[in-house]
Design a protein around this ligand. Structure first.
Ligand code: ATP
Length: 437
């Protein structure tokens, strides 16, 4: 009877259909009989960075054990025979973790796509017993999040990311900038107020939630070149232990590209947009641009309108305090510029740039700080003369730093620095004289 039925089926159902049915049947049977359950944790979740992925990424290297059969090894420090290299998890490597009697098997996977950006898509695969599924959700994942948070808070290295347009991904490098609030030459009251503002920002999660605002803070650092704007950004990153995402607005081809770029940044980070006045037309005062365009159009009436898609001001503003601003927590956005007056007033209003910090020319207090940093001295007989000269001469802290680096001998350095200031003052007096005549 069975042979008869099989012959009839073979006759009536084509071979391909038979293969399909049998493969589906075996799939179903193996799924019903298997006692394993799999969690998949992808790098992105609903169009933004997946924080669970980040947490697992930080947690798993602490679970490398004897059963691990391969490791990524590397170091970004000059070779030091005493310190072992850092460990990370390679693709396809299996990590076995134990938690409250459960056996958990992790693997990092990667798939390449030719059609989509980013080209590489990574995800973690976690296998456990089907019966442990609820316990994994309720106890194991919160344990990973807690552990990862304490690891990330104590991390000894910071990263700086730059956006690579080719691969549509942020690329990271270790950030080791020596600038701190201690080494910065700034007016003491200004420095104090910036530090207090940062302290209050990081501890006021509930306040931001309570008043219905995204947990973000915008800073505008402005002032002439060489006055320490970049150094202040480094000092803020070192103070808060935040990574820096250094964005060139030109890397974004459109507003939607910008959205993708910005949603790929992580929490507890600084988004830095340097020289915003040079970055893009979006930042410029629209009234001034319109005037300039009208002038240009008068001179070249046949010129085609600009077709450069780029990022628009509204695209950028949407991220600063529009609907998209609520993506992510504990973010600091810092803009730097040498020409604050060129920026569109829409960018400058509170909520977008909450704190404006003017980094100015070197003052007496700034000079004393630099002398302590570079020469290791707190006072000297020449300080009074130098401070007197600094009242009439404009020098940037970068220029002062350059002068103070000339030698290791404080006497000689201070003497040549005094001469340098005298020379500058004479030049200014000459120019003033010319203008008057
Ligand atoms: N306020 C400062 N305190 C300590 N060092 C400073 C300060 N300002 C400048 N310097 C020194 O000058 C160098 C250049 O400074 P920095 O790049 O921070 O200036 P900037 O204002 O960002 O300049 P730019 O506008 O050209 O980017 C720094 O490496 C640092 O050594």
């Amino acid at each position: 009877m069975a042979m008869l039925i099989r012959t009839i089926l073979n006759e009536m159902i084509p071979q391909q259909m038979q293969n399909f049915i049998s493969s589906k049947f075996f799939d179903l049977a193996s799924r019903c009989l298997s006692s394993d359950f799999t969690f998949i944790i992808e790098e992105r979740w609903q169009a933004v960075n997946n924080e669970t992925f980040r947490a697992v990424e930080a947690y798993l290297p602490t679970r490398i054990g004897p059963s691990t059969d391969s490791l990524l090894i590397g170091s970004h420090e000059p070779l030091n025979p005493k310190s072992p290299p850092k460990q990370s998890i390679p693709v396809d490597c299996k990590i076995i973790d134990e938690f409250q009697g459960m056996r958990l098997e992790w693997t990092l996977r990667s798939i390449e796509s030719k059609n989509y950006f980013p080209r590489e898509k990574r995800y973690f695969r976690l296998s456990c017993k089907k019966s442990n599924r609820d316990r994994v959700m309720q106890s194991y994942f919160p344990h990973i999040t807690r552990t990862a948070e304490s690891i990330l808070n104590k991390r000894d290295t910071l990263n700086i990311y730059t956006y690579d347009q080719e691969s549509s991904m942020w690329e990271s490098t270790v950030f080791k900038h020596p600038a701190t609030f201690e080494t910065l030459a700034m007016e003491p009251e200004l420095k104090q107020s910036v530090m207090e503002d940062l302290d209050s920002f990081v501890t006021r999660k509930d306040f931001f939630e309570g008043v219905g605002r995204a947990w973000k803070r915008g800073y505008l650092l402005y002032g002439p070149p060489g006055t320490g704007k970049s150094s202040l950004v480094a000092a803020i990153a070192n103070y808060l232990r935040y990574n820096i995402y250094d964005l060139q607005v030109q890397s974004a081809r459109s507003d939607s590209d910008l959205r993708h770029i910005l949603t790929s940044t992580t929490n507890r980070s600084i988004l830095l947009i340097e020289d915003i006045d040079c970055s893009t037309k979006v930042a410029h005062d629209r009234a001034k641009i319109q005037d300039d365009q009208e002038d240009d159009d008068d001179q070249q009436p046949n010129r085609l309108p600009s077709t450069d898609p780029g990022v628009t001001l509204s695209g950028l503003l949407n991220f600063l305090d529009g609907l998209w601003s609520s993506c992510g927590d504990e973010r600091i956005i810092i803009f730097t510029t040498n020409h604050k007056e060129k920026l569109d007033p829409a960018l400058l209003r509170p909520g977008r740039m909450d704190v404006h910090v003017y980094m100015g020319y070197c003052s007496a207090a700034g000079f004393r700080k630099l002398a302590a940093n570079y020469l290791g001295i707190k006072d000297h007989s020449s300080f009074a003369t130098i401070e007197n000269l600094l009242e009439n001469v404009t020098v940037t802290p970068a220029e002062v730093a350059q002068q103070l680096m000339k030698s290791d001998e404080p006497e000689a350095v201070l003497q040549s620095f005094t001469q340098f200031l005298h020379m500058k003052r004479n030049e200014i007096q000459k120019q003033d004289g010319k203008q008057e005549s």
